[in-house]
Design a protein around this ligand. Structure first.
Ligand SMILES: *Cc1c(COP(=O)(O)O)cnc(C)c1O
Length: 418
């Protein structure tokens, strides 16, 4: 009998998102605005579903990477301020202004170009002045930023919507460099305030800053990864009870199924390059999931997977479409069994952060590498969209794939909004 379980899918737990948004709100207090960063398709989670639930919970501003990302959210019916946090290339300017997308600015060239275009189109360009205090990527140093600030105020068609800086250390307030960045930001903020030129929101903190208690909090914060239930790798994995990680719940799980297994004799090579050889009679299962689906190539011969509540090793190289695991020690494992690459199965959990450590990368890259062909399935809490062949699967309905809208609407008491 055919089982309607995809080759691979990502479960996106919106109840976990809600929990994390509340955890962030608890950290920042009621008076600080929240700009939820959903760039790069919400780090691979699916920006529309994430932003829609967040908006339903009272989030009124979203940080994106490109103008197209902002317009996609608008087209999906998500209302809220859309802010391109970094910069744009020239061809994005007109669609941005027409779509009311707010833009980070970092140079006089940009200020002039946006002003001229806004005047020509009869529109207003809302901009966030990016002050470089040590990130070194975009933005002008404090002195130059003050000049730009004057220029923005003097430019027709431009409105200052905010002032921002970005912290370079993924250890947030725990890194002395962050305090130095804030002192540098003050060299801009102080005179700007004195001259009465500050408008809109002043915003600094990303997830690391929020969860290390960076002060001051300014008007708004810009969390991304924490809302998705992870923290930057360098913050370390704080054991349960330690307070930080346990407060957040991972939003994403990545699952696949066994399509085939065979028993091999000792000495049998597995995968490209024969980098793994059986040292005993082994049962090797093949999963239709590879590095295009978010299983890092570097996890070849070192990663783990969960099947029937057991943790088993990835053996051989991970290939583009397939991964092989050794299920010798997972009694009863069979074709059609659901296999967890990221997430929980029973008592066990493989977190994106641990995978990242193992693969020598960061959790951001793990979830961003989950390719387009992996359907994102919306779930609420522990509900599983697919049980696989090992459980009753006859009446599982896979039709909620990407149907983020219907599932995402929720009602939350006013005052409880993140
Ligand atoms: C991506 C980004 C953020 C969010 O960072 P997290 O570490 O995911 O919280 C905040 N601000 C800017 C400018 C960014 O580019």
């Amino acid at each position: 009998m055919a089982v309607n379980v995809p080759r691979v899918w990502a479960e996106i737990d919106l109840a976990a998102l809600e929990h994390n948004l509340r955890a962030i709100r608890a950290r920042i207090g009621p008076a600080v605005e929240l700009i939820l960063v959903v760039k790069a398709d919400a780090y691979g989670h699916g920006a529309v579903a994430i932003a829609r639930r967040a908006a339903a919970l009272g989030v009124i501003a979203f940080g994106v990477g490109t103008v197209e990302e902002a317009l996609e959210l608008g087209a999906a019916g998500i209302r809220g301020r859309m802010i391109v946090l970094g910069t744009i290339v020239d061809e994005e300017a007109e669609p941005a202004l027409r779509g009311g997308v707010e833009l980070g600015v970092h140079s006089a060239d940009r200020v002039r170009m946006l002003s001229a275009l806004a005047v020509k189109l009869g529109l207003t360009a809302r901009v966030h002045l990016n002050v470089d205090t040590g990130m070194g990527r975009l933005g002008s140093g404090p002195a130059r930023a003050l000049e730009l600030l004057e220029e923005i105020h003097a430019s027709p068609g431009l409105e200052l919507a905010g002032s921002m800086t970005h912290v370079a250390s993924s250890r947030g307030a725990d890194d002395p460099g962050t305090a130095a960045q804030l002192r540098s930001f003050d060299q801009y903020l102080g005179p700007a305030r004195e001259r009465g030129l500050l408008r809109g929101w002043t915003h600094v903190a990303n997830s690391a800053c929020i969860f290390t208690g960076l002060e001051p909090r300014f008007d708004a914060v810009r969390p991304g990864i924490a809302a998705l239930g992870m923290l930057p790798a360098e913050m370390g994995v704080i054991p349960a009870g330690g307070g930080r990680l346990e407060a957040l719940r991972p939003v994403l799980s990545l699952r696949s199924q066994v399509v085939f297994f065979k028993d091999v004799e000792p000495g049998t090579p597995i995968g490209y390059g024969g980098t793994w050889r059986a040292t005993r009679r082994s049962r090797i299962a093949t999963l239709p999931v590879g590095y295009n689906d978010g299983v890092p190539w570097r996890l070849g011969n070192r990663g783990r997977a969960l099947i029937r509540g057991c943790e088993v090793p990835i053996v051989g190289r991970v290939s583009m479409d397939y991964t092989t695991i050794d299920i010798t020690d997972a009694p009863g494992a069979d074709v059609g069994d659901v296999v967890t690459l990221i997430g929980r199965d029973g008592e066990r959990e493989l977190s994106a952060s641990c995978l990242a450590d193992e693969a020598g990368t960061i959790p951001y890259e793990i979830t961003c590498s989950i390719g387009r062909r992996v359907p994102r399935m919306i779930v609420e809490g522990d509900a599983r969209p697919f049980a696989g062949r090992s459980a009753s699967s006859a009446d599982q309905d896979p039709s909620n794939a990407d149907r983020s809208g219907a599932a995402a609407e929720s009602t939350v008491a006013p005052g409880a909004t993140p």
